[in-house]
Structures are given as structure tokens and as C-alpha cells.
Design a protein around this ligand. Sequence first.
Ligand code: NAD
Length: 496
Amino acid sequence: MREIGHWVDGKEFLGSSGDTAPVTDPATGRVTGRVSMADAADGRVAIASAKAAFPAWRDLSLTKRTQIVFRFRELLDQRRPELAKLITAEHGKVLSDALGEISRGQEVVEFACGMPHLLKGAMTENASTSVDVCSMRQPLGPVGIISPFNFPAMVPLWFFPIAIAAGNTVVLKPSEKDPSAALWLAELWAEAGLPAGVFTVLQGGKTAVDELLTNPGIKAVSFVGSTPIAQYVYATASAHGKRVQALGGAKNHMLVLPDADLDATADAAVNAGFGSAGERCMAVSVVVAVGDVADRLVPKIAERAAAIRVGDGTRSCDMGPLVTAQHRDKVAGYIDSGERNGASVVLDGRHVRPDGAAGGFWLGPTLLDHVTPEMKVYTDEIFGPVLSVVRAGSYDEAMTLINTNPYGNGACVFTRDGGAARRFQNEVEAGMVGVNVPVPVPMAYYSFGGWKNSLFGDTHAHGTEGVHFFTRGKVVTSRWPEPARSGLDLGFPENS
Ligand code: NAD
């Protein structure tokens, strides 16, 4: 049985709480390790280490800081198969998908390698006679990152490369369901030459999170997870004077107009609906089919989804298990509820025959047609391989449905009509929009974030918004040579 500890002061640390939680391989159901669960005292030790490391890291030249980020990028690129294996073993997603999440995370490291350029300020000479003004952005101090189970590498990588390159120190609190990726990343940083204390991993659950939200040593919190916890994190950390960005849950709609290329649309719906077993915040969970298009589209989706090979993520299958037995049962419960409430179960994942051990947390792709907006399968974030089809009479009816949904992470439209697509991108209330693109995850140099209940706070992740989040502005006004004595003048200074 592996012991999975915290990472503090450049080494693994089991903590003093004595509390641990089981870590399971979702493809077998077997417990493979036990992760340390921090108490408040462990949290304070981790934060104190990040605080102690901050002054020297902030003062290290940008050139030297960036060289370490470059080395981290090289090591990550060379050793990504190792990390992918760890992700598959604890999350369950298939290896190719785990490699995909690492690549998207690596793109943020590559973006952070440009930090010297991103941190450049502005300078105005002679704003007033002999007076110059310059602006700069400075790091905040120790920052907390709290991440969900579904992207154990990519989501932390959205934040920490930028935070670290900008001169902050980081305490990462990963999900207790798949904690090993964070420790692996910490070891990689150490190998890249990052000084001890700049990157810390604090394992645990609510107690660890609460310490990050309330401890005055932490200056900012980036959170990603479900909406109720995102709301709690936003309210608590901001009440404690911290800068917060809290990304929440999602219910992403795919609007299909009757003129869409239905083969390409069906491919996209299946890939975006069932990739990573639907455990993606950018998964398409609702297809809104306008006019009579559903009658032609649903059979095409069903045919493709039925061909998905479900099984152990190490065996070249298309789709792995769900993360825990409890989550699998919850998702299956939504299928039961949809069926009871009148949805047609076109493809039923409850009877899947996986290529994997009997104890794995299996659920196959499920397609529900004739879903209506009051059904729980429509209102709730299911976070599993369940794709619902809602039929709408017109574009306007479909858009009203999408825009009245409380979530606004992503949305996409499939059509051959450029005017309709342009209208959709203008009107839709979502932070990330796809036009004939089903999972419109922005590149690292743009920013990732939703609207409405999908994000609390006003800054999205990565891109220049990420740089802004992890730095604060300062404007310096200076006069040289020193002025001759001008006597007392209590008036508001005017420029001359
Ligand atoms: P979660 O909210 O259960 O957990 C997220 C983090 O919060 C974990 O580190 C967890 O340990 C911690 N946590 C859990 N309960 C807590 C509590 N009561 N108090 C304080 N901290 C607590 O989410 P999850 O199940 O790990 O991840 C899935 C969710 O994340 C989905 O809702 C998904 O949509 C969302 N998500 C959103 C995005 C996005 O970009 N918007 C990206 C990925 C995942």
C-alpha cells in the first residue's frame, strides 16, 4: 500500500494529523494507496514554508526564474508518459486522454516561459516637468490553488506555472481522489531546480481548504470544482481579504441547426459527450436540436456511441470507468430518473460490458432523447457519460433555453450558416464558445473561464488574465533631479 504525503520544504512530508484516506484504481475498484489528510496544523506548516520561501523567490532575477520554468517544461515534455500512467491509475481516464490533459497543461508552462515579456510595465517620461511615471506588476506572495479530481494535472497547470514565473510561491491542494499527480509535479519542480518552499502540496479535504481560505499568509486563491464549493470558497476567501477566482460546474449545450453537417456533428457530440466518461467541465451534456434535425441526428449519435469501447484505461479502450463507485451510482441514478420521467433511453450504459475487472466503476455511454427542461437530467450537472437531447422548435426557443440555464461555462453551435453562427456567438451567455467546435477550450495564451454559476470572481484562468490575477499593479511617480525647496503648498498637485 503506497503512502501519499504532502510536499513541504522540498520533500515529502506525511503530516502530523495521522488521518489518511483511501486512493482507488477506478478500473479495478482496488485501494492502491492512502493519502495523508491535513489537519489545520499541517496546513499551517505548509503555508509557513511557502511564506518563508517567498522573499528570495520574488527577488531572484526574472532570467533565473524563467530558466527554471524552461527546465520544468523540458522535463515535463520528456516524462509525460509517467505522469499519464499515474493519472490513469487514480482517475481512470484512458492513457491517450491523460496525455492530452498533460499537453494542454504544458502549453501553460510554455506561456509562462514568456513571463519577462508579460511582466513588462509602462513608462512615461516627463509626465510633468522632470517627473516620470512608470507602472509595474509585482507578485502577491504565497497563493493557494485548490483543484478537482477530473484534471489532476491540467487544472493545477492552468495556474501554478504563471503564479511561480511571476514570483509567487504556491500551495496546491489537489483532490484527495487522485493526489499522486501533484506530488509527481512537485518532484519534477525540484529536479528543475526550483528552490524548496516555492511549490508546496497540501493533501486533504475541507480542513486543508479552510486553512488556505482563512490563513492570512495566503494572498490569493484559485479554485476549480463544483458550483456549491466554488461559491463557498469565493465567499469565505474574499471575506478573509483574499483575491479569489472560483471556477464552478457546467452544463454545456450544443445547438444544432437543421443545416449542419450531421455526420461531423454526430462525431463531435460523441467525442465531447463521452470523452473522459463525461467527467469534463467542458463536456457537451445537452444537444439542443432545432426543428426536425433530431430525427436525423439521434440515430447517427447512437450508432457512434454504441461503438465506443469501454474498459481499463491502460488497454487502448476509448472510455474508462467513473472515478468512484459512489459517483457511478449517482450518475446511473440520473438515467433511472430520466427514464421514469419520460425521456427515451436510446442507448443504455447501465448494461455495459467493459474490457476490465469486475470491480471497476463502469457505466457505458448513455443517450437520452426527448429530455425536457424540468427533468433532473436536464437541470443538474451529471458529470458522467450521459448525453441528453432536447428538441426545440426554433433558434430563438433554443437560445432562450441555453441563456436561462444557470451555468455558462461553454456552449457551441453546429451550422453551415455564417450569419446564424455569428448571431449565436454574440447572444450566447457563456464564457467559451465553439462554432463547429464542440469543446472550445481556449489556448493557454487566451483565458479559460465561464459565466454565471460557472465562475465566481472576475478573472479567468491563464492567459493575460492569469498574469493579472497573480500580480498586483504599482505606479511610481518620480522627480529627478530633486526639486529645489518650493515652500508650503497644501493644494492638490497639478501637472506643469
Ligand atoms: P468538488 O467541488 O467536490 O471538489 C473540488 C475541490 O474542493 C477538491 O480539492 C475537494 O477536496 C475540495 N472540497 C470538496 N468539498 C469541499 C468542502 N465542503 N469544503 C471545502 N473544500 C471542498 O469537485 P470535484 O468533484 O473534485 O470535481 C468535479 C467538479 O469540478 C464538477 O462540478 C466540474 O464541472 C467542476 N470543474 C469545473 C471546471 C471549470 O473550469 N469550471 C474544470 C474542472 C472541473
